[in-house]
Design a binder for this molecule. Structure first.
Ligand code: NDP
Length: 286
């Protein structure tokens, strides 16, 4: 039987998710239909769209800009949230909470939210063979993407985390908020600093800012170095990666993170594990 999935966003025409999930379905040898779903940018429309989708027999949905926080609020008031979604304050994966359905809850009250973005990044870094255990990691940025990455990074066994942001107060508030929300984070000392003050030798530096959209360069200090540099952006020339290539670091853009988060959603919905490197190779020819 064909299983139905959607990705909800605004705009949505650019989304690569249907092609990615079609590739996963080929690998898992199952029959799926995965479609882009446009939605007007308001909470009432979002709720109406997802309720109609699940009432119509839909199995799972991805959520993208600008609905990740709206999806969080919606699930918090209905079928619940995973720990990763709670800490991220955002939902990128929707499914039905079977326990609630079995106890007689209506479909609309059983819509459950997870967040696979941060774990998708960690899985990609591991698949690249970059050592995370005990690693000294710098995360640049304190927006939604950085936030979702902190718990999975800590759970991966890193040794030390420094968060640098243009607006340092946002990094400090983020750490305070997440430490209050999660014991896993509270037990881990996280340093924060202004981007211009980030200096010294790190094992891994991750760019979670949106500066790559403009093609501008981050004001990186001369004293900053790393073995591995990761930019969450993809699909364009990234000055951040050019900088660290020139300093002999190994680099990666965020395309593998995109595939990694999608693979975790797919596994959550269908129970099929995905060989992410094989899927990436099939999608990119690399
Ligand atoms: P947000 O808008 O939530 O956060 C933006 C961050 O970038 C903030 O920390 C902001 O700093 C910083 N920033 C923006 N412009 C500049 C600048 N000119 N100089 C220095 N810092 C700047 O964005 P998201 O967290 O949602 O996304 C961040 C990036 O991650 C995007 O490029 C996005 O495409 C990518 N991403 C990739 C994914 C993937 O699967 N590969 C998944 C999710 C996101 P300040 O606080 O000071 O404003």
């Amino acid at each position: 039987m064909t299983q139905h999935f959607i990705v909800i966003g605004n705009p949505i025409a650019h989304s690569k998710s249907p092609e990615i999930h079609a590739q996963f379905a080929v690998q898992a040898e199952i029959d799926i239909r995965y479609q882009r779903q446009y939605c007007p940018d308001d909470a009432a429309s979002f709720t109406a769209v997802i309720e109609a989708f699940f009432h119509g027999g839909g199995v799972g949905a991805n959520v993208t800009i600008p609905f990740k926080q709206i999806a969080y609020d919606c699930c918090a008031a209905r079928g619940g949230l995973s720990e990763h979604a709670k800490v991220a304050g955002a939902v990128n994966t929707l499914l039905l909470n079977k326990t609630l359905l079995d106890s007689g809850a209506p479909i609309a009250e059983a819509i459950y939210g997870d967040n696979t973005d941060g774990q998708g990044l960690v899985n990609h870094i591991m698949s690249l063979g970059w050592p995370l255990q005990g690693a000294r990691v710098a995360l640049i940025g304190a927006g939604g993407a950085a936030r979702g990455t902190i718990l999975p990074l800590i759970q991966s066994g890193i040794g030390a985390l420094t968060i640098a942001n243009r607006t340092v107060s946002k990094a400090t508030s983020l750490v305070d908020e997440l430490s209050a929300a999660s014991e896993n984070i509270n037990e881990h000392a996280i340093e924060t600093c202004a981007m211009s003050e980030l200096t010294g030798a790190f094992d891994i530096i991750i760019n979670a800012t949106s500066i790559g959209l403009s093609g501008d360069r981050l004001p990186l200090s001369d004293g900053l170095s790393c073995q591995y540099a990761y930019d969450m952006m993809y699909g364009r020339t990234l000055p951040f990666l050019e900088h660290f290539t020139a300093h002999d670091a190994q680099i990666s853009d965020g395309y593998g993170m995109l595939i990694g988060q999608a693979a975790l959603s797919f596994e959550r919905w269908t129970g099929h594990s995905i060989d992410v490197l094989a899927a990436t190779e099939a999608l990119t020819g690399n």
